[in-house]
Design a protein around this ligand. Structure first.
Ligand code: SAM
Length: 271
């Protein structure tokens, strides 16, 4: 059964403002794997659970068309206001029923999304849509990793505390698949491969890190169940922990450290 979060307009806008775009090396790995056995034109990439297009744009240079779909009308509405290349077509659609034609796509990708889908139904639909030797790719990261010359451990403890303790009861069960890096996911093709891509260390302010955390579905669920004030409280607790670790009382938008992410990737090739 799929799990539906990320639905409200405010959440979609926050998502667009604060969530990272996937790294281009992720698309490169997927296209390289595809080209090992597929020599035809790259006509269509289907990006499923596309959000506001955090990974859709990456495929627009290699493919004639990217069809980016999401079950949330708000996510698609916001995506359409962003300046994506004209060959990226955003449509509202569930992962389990795609508007794409039979055997029309060379790649079906789901980035930071497959753990919310009805996976068997989605993989069956991906199989319908993929051409021979086409590739289905499931990618995600788990927690962002703080990088600081001396305080990385304390900052990462604050991120883990926020995820496991503050938001612990508010996560949908899909996140268990993130925690084990899709280790229990299998793609029913003879040829599958696991890989990973690390992002560069990216400069962030503490305010921007907090905005990213606010966009997590667990945080949105907490606010829905316990109210906005309860959300503000756990977010402020996170900010205070980070400020204390860094030994500063500066405003969060003046406090800087870096984040990196590990994208794990599971790919399967249709025979
Ligand atoms: C965490 S966001 C990921 C967005 C983007 N792909 C990224 O890389 O950041 C997960 C997205 O999956 C969508 N989603 C969840 N369940 C879905 C389903 N069954 N079918 C299609 N989209 C779904 C949500 O609406 C949300 O936009």
């Amino acid at each position: 059964m799929s799990q539906r979060f990320f639905e409200g307009t405010e959440h979609a806008t926050l998502y667009a403002r604060s969530r990272p775009n996937a790294p281009s090396q992720l698309a490169d790995k997927i296209v390289t794997f595809l080209k090992e056995k597929y020599q035809g034109e790259l006509e269509l990439c289907l990006d499923v659970g596309c959000g506001n297009g955090q990974c859709s744009g990456l495929f627009s240079t290699s493919f004639r068309k990217v069809l980016a779909t999401d079950i949330s009308p708000s996510q698609i509405e916001v995506a359409k206001t962003l300046n994506y290349p004209t060959n990226v077509d955003f449509q509202v659609s569930p992962a389990e029923i795609s508007p794409a034609e039979n055997e029309s796509a060379q790649v079906v990708v789901a980035c930071v999304a497959a753990h919310w889908f009805d996976l068997p139904a989605f993989l069956k639909e991906a199989d319908r849509v993929l051409c021979q030797n086409g590739v289905v790719a499931l990618a995600s990261y788990f927690l962002p990793i703080a990088v600081h010359p001396t305080k990385s451990d304390q900052l990462n403890d604050a991120i883990r505390h926020f995820y496991f303790e503050s938001l612990g009861p508010y996560w949908g069960s899909g996140v268990r698949h993130l925690e084990n890096e899709y280790g229990n996911f299998t793609i029913p093709y003879a040829e599958t491969v696991r890989d990973e891509v690390w992002t560069d260390d990216e400069p962030y302010t503490l305010a921007k890190v907090a905005a990213d955390l606010e966009s997590w579905s667990g945080f949105q669920n907490l606010c829905r169940d316990k109210g906005e004030a309860a959300g503000r409280e756990v977010l402020q607790e996170f900010i205070s922990k980070c400020l204390k670790s860094l030994g500063t009382t500066d405003e969060p938008d003046r406090v800087e450290f870096k984040l990196k992410r590990k994208y794990f990737l599971l790919m399967g090739r249709k025979a």
